[in-house]
Ligand binder design. Structure first.
Ligand code: G3P
Length: 220
């Protein structure tokens, strides 16, 4: 499973990248807005930190404008994946950009029917939002399982990018369901490391060695 960071914050991206497990980054207009720098500049800076797919979302909502904007975003860096919302105009733009060889991440997916449409339009990634479905009393993980099954039935090459992941359980269940990618905030990625028995075990190892040879356990 590939791990993407779901943030536009450069410090968070640098920190996650330093752990050696970040394969790409996803952004959206809300995440970019938080950083206070225009979209193109911010995603260019992200491309300088992580060598992997970096999703940059268009702000237009009509097909022709989405295509033009997608082409401009794709010019920023070879790793840019153009992110388009799952509306009719977005799907038409996805079909056109994909035919040109531009990779598209279709976002705001909340149903298997929408995911099927995105795959038919040649999407490179589909982004189903797990947490936002949970928020309204649905089971977001069921959607991941359904999309993986449908794509397998028809050998679609579109990769399932499980998004809106709010905790380690979402990540693990997405991995069990066969999602190719999970995108998550830095906090969730950090939570994946944690186990009290790891900390306890390491403390004991260092204490035992220190007692035998008189060395001080390294400060952690
Ligand atoms: O970037 C899209 C998605 O991951 C947003 O997550 O937590 O705002 O629902 P969230």
């Amino acid at each position: 499973m590939k791990f993407f960071l779901d943030t536009a914050n450069l410090d968070e991206i640098r920190k996650g990248a330093s752990w050696g497990i970040v394969d790409g980054v996803t952004t959206n207009p809300s995440l970019i807005a938080r950083e206070g720098r225009p979209l193109k500049e911010q995603v260019a800076a992200i491309c300088d930190i992580v060598d992997g797919p970096i999703s940059a979302e268009v702000l237009s909502t009509e097909t022709a404008a989405m295509i033009a904007e997608g082409r401009e975003l794709a010019k920023i860096h070879k790793n840019i994946v153009v992110k388009l919302p799952l509306i009719k105009d977005g799907i038409a733009a996805c079909a056109a950009l994909s035919k040109e060889g531009i990779r598209v991440n279709v976002t705001l997916c909340f149903s298997p029917a929408q995911a099927l449409i995105a795959a038919k339009a040649g999407a490179y990634f589909i982004s189903p939002f797990v947490g936002r479905l949970d928020d309204i009393g649905h089971n977001g993980m069921d959607l991941i399982r359904q999309i993986v099954a449908i794509y397998e039935n028809y050998d679609f090459s579109t990769q399932v990018l499980a998004a809106s992941l709010r905790g380690p359980t979402h990540v693990i269940e997405s991995a069990l369901a066969g999602a190719q990618i999970g995108t998550m905030p830095l906090k969730v990625m950090e939570q994946l490391f944690n186990h009290p028995l790891t900390d306890k075990g390491l403390d004991q190892f260092l204490k035992d060695y220190g007692k035998a040879f008189g060395t001080q356990p390294a400060a952690r």
